[in-house]
Design a protein around this ligand. Sequence first.
Ligand SMILES: [Fe+2]
Ligand SMILES: [Fe+2]
Length: 518
Amino acid sequence: MVHETILIVDDDEVVSRFLHGVLSPLYSIVSVYSAFEALILIDQGLKPDLILSDLMMPEMDGYEFCSRLKQDERTKDIPIIMVTALSQPQQEEKGLILGAADYISKPVRVELLKARVKTHLQLKAYREHLQALLESKTHQLIDSQKELCAKAIEVRHLFETMGELLASRDHYTSEHALRVAAISVRMGREVGLGSKDLEILELGCLVHDIGKVAIPDDVLLKPGRFDKEDRQIMEYHPLIGGQLFTDRFADGRLALIIRQHHERLDGSGYPDGATGDEIDDLVKIVMVADVYEALVARRPYKQPMSREKALSILREDADQGKCLDSMVRILEKVTIDWDPLQIHLDLASGYLSSLELFRRKTYFREPLSDFYNYRYLAALEGAGGLCRESQHYHIVKADFNELKELNCRIGYAKADTILDQIGHFFHNLVEDTLLEYAIPINALMLLRRGSDYLIYSEIDPVILEKLAGACREVLAESSRQWEIKATISIACFAKGKRVDDALEEIYGYHNEPAGGAP
Ligand SMILES: [Fe+2]
Ligand SMILES: [Fe+2]
């Protein structure tokens, strides 16, 4: 059995021997005759479990000895019992203040000495046990905290991955989500949200438009106005995204941010027409951040709006009870000297942007044909890609009135080939005109809309009339060859008129107001 070690420090040999005699059957004893000797032994590695020290010693008394031990990290926890002939209460007090554990007066009573030594050794053992327990629990706590942090980082990466997944369908929506997250978190901090709320807010924003992965390209990438059907399809996105997240995460607010981000406090939003308190508090932040980003961001089909204009639109929304005025004010505050547009989606490789380019290119082409369709015109207009230097622009329409009859007579495949052939004649005429008059490329374009051909023109009407005349000749020849009937008409529009409106006038269809869902 290993005994505890007791260090006896006393310059009186008689006392020292007495103490040794009493305690040596029970403990390992080391005796020295001065405090200096004791300190040297400790420096050399002695680790006593308890020290019995005389108070009155030459050179270094028991007080100073005690004080030095208590200041040393290695020895500060060793219990020290003062053994002395002095018995004034002040002296006892001084020893205890300096850190002594106890006090025994000479002449020493054997049983009292044994009892005190035993008690202090037990106390030390308990203390060490508790210390070890505390250290082990602290380590466990640190380990589980590290694990939690690693998990939180993994979860965040997972959400970022989902956002990037959306980037492969729609790069801009993914970038929009990053910015909405950054705006919302800044607003959340301003509101005084705690770290857990901020985490849910950020994660929810990163995937708030995730449901758009299920929206067809025709709607998702449409640059022009949304018709009723487009709008209905697009309005599925919070539902689809919300369903993906419902009941899968402990915090139900994640799914709510996704499902409710297009709701409005007055019930005018979608998909549920939720009102006031039915809408989660975090969503009340997101709905404002979401609209703001959609308004101020540049997109291929729309010009960016100024911060002031976007804020004034949101203020109007707040006046109408759609969103909280306090949130608009907070948004105003966080965007005073910080612009969310500085955040860009950092695509890991160039293939996503190449894919995106290809998809947009094919989206702007009429199926199975080489020609750009009319949507390309709206996209160019939105991106400021049209010159519009003169006061008017024209749209020439080659209308194949009796295509149905032609399809029946010669079959769809043959009729398509003829239409393509005519289109190539038109294309050559447009190219020749561009070259001959050195016309900027977007000022004269041949486009297709279903079976019709359209020529968008910002050129001199006289030159255009000449081009239209050449197109009429192509049609006259085609009519002779294939009995295909077509008419050419030219419509003139003021330069401020949107292409969508001009086409609406030409075709007489009605569109819903502009804009996709942010
Ligand atoms: Fe959305
Ligand atoms: Fe959005």
